[in-house]
Structures are given as C-alpha cells and as structure tokens.
Write a protein of this length. Structure first.
Length: 174
C-alpha cells in the first residue's frame, strides 16, 4: 500500500478511512500504517475512539480543549480506531467533530469504522453534524472498504477443528 511508503498524503493533509465488519483487520492495518509513517520520520498517535472522546470531553470540561487540539496537532497522523463505538450524544460527538474540523486540511486522520457513512447518523448527535463531519473527512481521503470474513472467527473455527482431530466422538467409542 502506497500510504506506507510515501508521506505525500500526510504532507497534503489527506485522510484514510478504513471500513469493514468486525474482525477483518482494520485495527491491524491502521497500526501498521502508523508504524510505517513513523519509520518514514513522521509523527503518529493511535487512539481508540472511545478513549480519545473521553480525553477530549475532559479537556473541554477543564476549558482546555483548544490546548489539547493544539497538542494533538503535533502529530502528522492521528489514528482513531473503532469510530462506530462512540455513543450518539451531543457531548461526545461535539468534541469529536471539533477535532475533525480543527484538523481539516491541516493534518491527517486515519479512521476505522465498522459502519458505512450511511449509518453515521448513529454516531453523531444530529444530521447537520454528521454531514459536516463526513464532508470534511472525505474531501481529501482514500477510502478503503474491507469485505472479508472475520479473522478471529476463522481462527476460532480452525482451533476448534484441531482440537477435534483424532478424538473419537462418544458414539464412535461404543
């Protein structure tokens, strides 16, 4: 993937949005991309969406949100993992929207989500905020959709098959 070998997308403040169901490797891919851009001399930071939102909310309560946004601006890439798990409340999504708006056309975001844009009204508190957030994110973005079966489910199924190899069922022992 060119994102891992070329930092031009970061210098242009482009985003990367990775969609897919649970267990298909979105987090794994985002961590690998973050590590790759760090190895290329850029700064990256990884957050689960829920932890980031909690930190942003706390900063807002303490009247330190502008300072926190500025601090996060030191990173060329912010990875926000599992955006779909943010609860649809005004207080949670307003700080997330402020981060998206603050970084728009200035710094890159890499966001993973298990919900397509058509379901983001379940994430943001109102339709206007949803449209504005999506608009800013996709304006300069590579969108990756992963369509696959869950690797975790496949692995569990394989482990289950290995345990049963060479073991006679109770009916076969009679």
């Amino acid at each position: 993937m060119q994102l891992a070998t070329d930092t031009g997308w970061l210098e242009r403040a482009e985003n990367c949005l990775i969609f897919g169901p649970s267990g298909v490797g979105k987090t794994h891919l985002s961590v690998a991309l973050a590590r790759a851009v760090i190895e290329l001399g850029k700064r990256a930071k990884f957050f689960s969406a829920t932890v980031l939102v909690q930190q942003l909310q706390q900063a807002k309560l303490e009247l330190l949100l502008p300072a926190m946004l500025k601090k996060l601006d030191r990173y060329d890439l912010l990875v926000i993992d599992d955006l779909g798990y943010v609860k649809k409340s005004e207080t949670e999504t307003s700080v997330l929207f402020e981060l998206i708006a603050y970084r728009y056309e200035r710094k890159s975001l890499l966001i993973t989500a298990n919900q397509p844009f058509s379901q983001w009204h379940n994430i943001f508190a109102d339709d206007m905020m949803t449209v504005a957030a999506v608009d800013r994110l996709v304006h300069h973005a590579l969108i990756v959709e992963i369509q696959s079966d869950s690797f975790r489910q496949q692995s569990a199924a394989e482990r289950g098959q290995k345990k049963n190899v060479g073991v006679a069922s109770p009916k076969e022992n009679r």
